[in-house]
Each structure stands twice: as structure tokens, then as C-alpha cells.
Design a protein around this ligand. Structure first.
Ligand code: CP
Ligand code: NVA
Length: 310
């Protein structure tokens, strides 16, 4: 039975039920098919999405903007210097005012609390397009992509190598929600957030799946169906890049490490990739890599999210 998600915000995958997640996937699949065959699907005719970006973006920006357009609506790009928010107007006033003009807001910013506040004070759905803590739209897309490539998520194991960052956090939430095994291998000083781990362990217990947090990358990739990595220094951490590299070199996804994985593993990366750091060309350009299908699916999955919430 369909679950009514209209008016809700999407701040974290941890707030979604299993039914809601699969409803997003079902609609993503159907919208992807319609786009392929050229069938119009104006589910958000005349609706307006504000897109607040305090950080740069290729995929999120272009997929949300073209996505709302394909649904019959319009997207407004609101960059770091466009809103009074950047000149210290507060979140409360911004949320109240934008709610009078728009039908939904997508926001990419630093502080996760700002997104929680925007959703709390606004009267329209707020979609998290990445914070320092989480990247839910990316991971919903990743799980959708894995179902396309590998089928039943409950039979699979994902290995994430690298920084315990926003991607690691949303992957923990997402995999544990759908009952997929996940193992993280991170340096000891770059472990994931404790609250995220705690919540994910509760989800995994409920679903009967496993979560492992390791330091050894070789151990992590053994028997993995999906190998996932992300940049070692995220947006806003550019000054730490050199320092971080020292700890992360042994987490590089390269042919030697991959020898320990299943033959039919798939390689995933949210992109942008720093080729030569967290992954090498031989892996990201190999037949096992699905990174561009993954990037394409951002469009279909976010269209489904917008259509369901707005
Ligand atoms: N993966 C992702 O969110 O990419 P962008 O930073 O280009 O939006
Ligand atoms: N961890 C990365 C993800 C980019 C999509 C960052 O926050 O920069």
C-alpha cells in the first residue's frame, strides 16, 4: 500500500521507513522508464523548488534542476552570495519567507543543524542535498543502483573504505535500514560519528543484518559485493588534505586491494573522485565500475523524492 509522504522533509535516511524507501525506488524505476521512452510525466506541474547551495556541486545541482524541470516545475539556484542567509539573516526568517514563495527547498550546506532548523521552521518540504554529517539523496540513489545491478539488498555486503564522513554515515543509515551488510574500514582517527553508528546498529539488529567497523581495508573487501569509496578530504577540509593523505594511502582502491574482493564486485563512488588518491583509473574505469550509472540515477531518484514530498 502506498505511504503518503506529501509535505514531509528528507533530512536523513534514518527518518524513513522501509516502505517509504521502497516507494521511492518504485517511483524512481517508473520515472526512469518514462524518460527513456519519452513519455511525459508532469507530476509537479507549476511547482517551484528553491536550491540553496553553500558548497559547490555538479551532480546535485544539475540533477535537481533538470529533474524539477522534467516534472513540469522550475528550480531556482540560490548560491552562496544570493541569499541574505549568507549575510547572517537567520534560518528561522529564511524558512518562513521562502515558504511563502516556494513548494520545496533543496539545501546543500555545512552545518547539519541548519538543515534540521530549516525543516523545522519551514512550512514546505526540505531536502538535504548534503551536509557535513549526511548525504541521503546520494545513498538512496546508491541503494537503488545496487538493486538494479545486484537485486535483493538483503543478500549483499557493501565495503566502504576511507573517511568516516557524510558518505560513510548515510551508507550506515541506508544499508542498515534495508538490511544490507556493511563494513567500514577507516583509519582509527577518522572513524564515523558515534550516534550514527548507534542508530545504524539498532536498525541492523531489527533487520537481522551486520555492521562492522574495522581499520584493515583488506579484511573489509573480502566477500564484498560492492566496494565504495569517497574523497579523503571533503568540501571544507581542503586545508587538511596533505595531512590526511598520510593516514589514508593504504585505503586506496587499486588492483592489488581488489584481488581480495569477489570477481563480480561492483565499484561505486559518489563522485567527484580524486583519481590517484582514493581510487586509481584501472578500477574506476574498469568493467566493474558503475559510477556513471550511479551518477545518472541521482536524476531519477531525486525526481521520485520531489514528486513524493512536494
Ligand atoms: N555526489 C555529489 O553529490 O556530487 P556533487 O558534489 O557534484 O553534487
Ligand atoms: N564527502 C564528500 C562528498 C561529495 C559528494 C564531500 O562532502 O565533499
Amino acid at each position: 500500500m502506498a505511504v503518503n509522504m506529501k509535505g514531509k522533509s528528507l533530512v536523513s535516511i534514518n527518518d524513513l521507513s522501509l516502505e517509504e524507501i521502497y516507494q521511492i525506488f518504485d517511483l524512481s524505476k517508473s520515472l526512469k522508464q518514462k524518460r527513456l521512452t519519452g513519455e511525459k510525466h508532469p507530476l509537479l506541474e507549476g511547482k517551484k523548488l528553491g536550491m540553496i547551495f553553500s558548497k559547490p556541486s555538479t551532480r546535485t545541482r544539475v540533477s535537481f534542476e533538470t529533474g524539477i524541470y522534467e516534472l513540469g516545475g522550475i528550480g531556482l539556484y540560490l548560491g552562496p552570495n544570493d541569499l541574505q542567509l549568507g549575510r547572517s539573516e537567520n534560518i528561522y526568517d529564511t524558512a518562513k519567507v521562502l515558504s511563502r514563495y516556494l513548494d520545496g527547498i533543496m539545501i546543500r550546506t555545512f552545518s547539519h543543524q541548519d538543515v534540521l532548523d530549516l525543516a523545522r521552521y519551514g512550512d514546505i518540504p526540505v531536502i538535504n542535498g548534503l551536509t557535513d554529517l549526511l548525504h541521503p539523496c546520494q545513498v538512496l540513489t546508491d541503494l537503488f543502483t545496487i538493486t538494479e545491478k545486484k537485486g535483493d539488498l538483503r543478500k549483499l555486503k557493501l565495503a566502504y573504505l576511507g573517511d568516516g564522513n557524510n558518505m560513510a554515515h548515510s551508507l550506515l543509515h541506508g544499508c542498515s535500514k534495508v538490511g544490507m551488510d556493511i563494513v567500514l574500514a577507516t583509519p582509527s582517527n577518522y572513524k564515523p560519528d558515534e550516534t550514527v553508528v548507534k542508530n545504524s546498529l539498532e536498525n541492523a539488529k531489527y533487520m537481522g543484518s551486520k555492521i562492522e567497523i574495522l581499520e584493515d581495508p583488506v579484511e573489509a573487501v573480502k566477500n564484498a559485493d560492492v566496494i565504495y569509496t569517497d574523497v579523503w578530504a571533503s568540501m571544507g577540509q581542503e586545508a587538511e588534505a596533505e595531512e590526511r593523505r598520510k593516514y589514508f594511502v593504504r585505503y586506496q582502491v587499486n588492483p592489488e586491494l581488489i584481488e581480495n574482493a569477489k570477481d563480480d564486485y561492483i565499484f561505486m563512488h559518489c563522485l567527484p573522485a580524486h583519481r590517484g588518491d582514493e581510487v586509481v583509473d584501472e578500477v574506476i574505469d574498469s568493467k566493474n565500475s558503475v559510477v556513471f550509472d550511479e551518477a545518472e540515477n541521482r536524476l531519477h531518484v531525486q525526481k521520485a523524492i520531489m514528486a513524493l514530498l512536494m
